[in-house]
Design a protein around this ligand. Structure first.
Ligand code: PMP
Length: 366
């Protein structure tokens, strides 16, 4: 057997997956046990694939405690397609949707929604460089809004909502791309939750949408003009098999859901995630050599963003870290600095390795 060398992968997504899941995929690559066909080759209309899809959905429902009045859809097009699908399905041209602008991805969602209907930016922290989540009094909602859109974790800026905003009777729509299943999620407080799988749930190519059934009425009402592929009701009616789904990504995500259940579910993984983030933030705050970019009460447990004084030092940090097997620490090109993405599957040993690297780097350059 060859020894496989894996670096610590701090990438923001696609991101690290559980090793046990990758090993199982490797083991079953040539043929799914009892089926004799690889997941790459299997018909999406086969009983075997239907069972894989059904099991993935069942495990997602168990993990997140999803009520039966919600549908779970397995779609493609990434969270970016949801920026369009959400308004195309839920927002009439003469209606207004409220958007809470907490980062670059929220801003992209706003841009797409404006192409469909009225958009009211209910709160924005852009003026503060998106370094924080708005407080409840800052959020000015529209009476009778079609929905309120939020981004529970801002992947680029490293901020995360600690509690959900109150939206009254307006349906809450949440882009949870970078914190889905990293902590317990109160599905009932949402009308729609969406997330690309490639951060916390599996490989790229799959988007999970959890939608409250009554919202499908709005999709049905627009069926004559809405392309079928963009219509939630079409995907719900066909149980995510309207067309060929990304079978490999569905299968891998299903395995990650099993892995999460084996870890003890969302409360257990949340405790681990809190421990990992706390250890990294403690190091950032220890002397002032590093500077966290997010306001303390808004800090993300998934994407830990920090800076050093000067571009040269930051470049050196990333170079030396990469050479030390700590990969993907360069911050998003839009904001610079450093970003350590430490999703569910990111090992605690990797956080420990980064903390000791940071200490050592400070000793040498502080
Ligand atoms: N929303 C958030 C919060 C994200 O982090 C990302 C991807 N980094 C997106 C949306 C866009 O996702 P996708 O690439 O799946 O379209």
């Amino acid at each position: 057997m060859t020894t496989v060398h894996r670096v610590f992968n701090f990438a923001a997504g696609p991101a690290v997956m559980p090793v046990s899941v990758l090993e199982q995929m490797q083991r079953d690559l040539l043929a799914l046990p009892g089926v004799g066909i690889s997941i790459f080759e299997i018909s999406h209309r086969s009983k075997a694939f239907e069972a894989i899809l059904a099991q993935a959905e069942a495990d997602i429902r168990t993990l997140a405690g999803i009520p039966s009045s919600y549908r779970v859809l397995f779609l493609q097009g990434g969270a970016s397609l949801q920026f369009s699908m959400v308004p195309m399905n839920l927002l009439g041209a003469a209606e207004t949707a409220d958007y809470i602008d907490t980062g670059s991805w929220a801003d992209k969602a706003i841009t797409e929604a404006k192409k469909v209907g009225g958009v009211h930016v209910a709160a924005s922290t852009r003026a503060d460089g998106y370094s924080r989540i708005p407080s409840p009094p800052e959020i000015a909602l529209t009476e009778g809004a079609a929905y309120v859109h939020m981004t529970s974790n801002n992947t680029i800026e490293g901020t995360e909502w600690k509690t959900l905003p109150s939206t009254g009777s307006a349906p809450l729509v949440n882009d949870a791309s970078s914190d889905m299943f990293s902590r317990p999620i109160d599905v009932r407080r949402h009308a729609l939750i969406y997330a690309g799988a490639q951060k916390n749930m599996g490989p790229a190519g799959l988007t999970i949408v959890i939608i409250r059934e009554d919202l499908l009425e709005r999709s049905l009402a627009r069926a004559a003009t809405l392309p079928a592929m963009m219509n939630y009701a079409v995907h719900a009616e066909h149980k995510s098999l309207y067309n060929t789904p990304p079978a490999v990504a569905v299968y891998a995500t299903g395995l990650v859901m099993k892995w999460l259940l084996d870890q003890g579910g969302l409360p257990a993984i949340a405790a681990i995630n809190e421990r990992k983030a706390a250890s990294l933030y403690a190091e950032i705050d220890r002397t002032g050599f590093y500077r966290g970019t997010a306001a303390k009460d808004s800090r993300s447990l998934m994407n830990v963003t920090f800076r050093l004084r000067g571009d040269d030092l930051e470049r050196m940090f990333v170079e030396e870290a990469t050479a030390a097997g700590l990969d993907g620490l360069k911050g998003h090109r839009a904001v610079g600095g450093m970003r350590a993405s430490i999703y569910n599957a990111f090992p605690e040993a990797g956080v420990d390795a980064l903390v000791s690297f940071m200490r050592d780097f400070e000793r040498r350059h502080g």
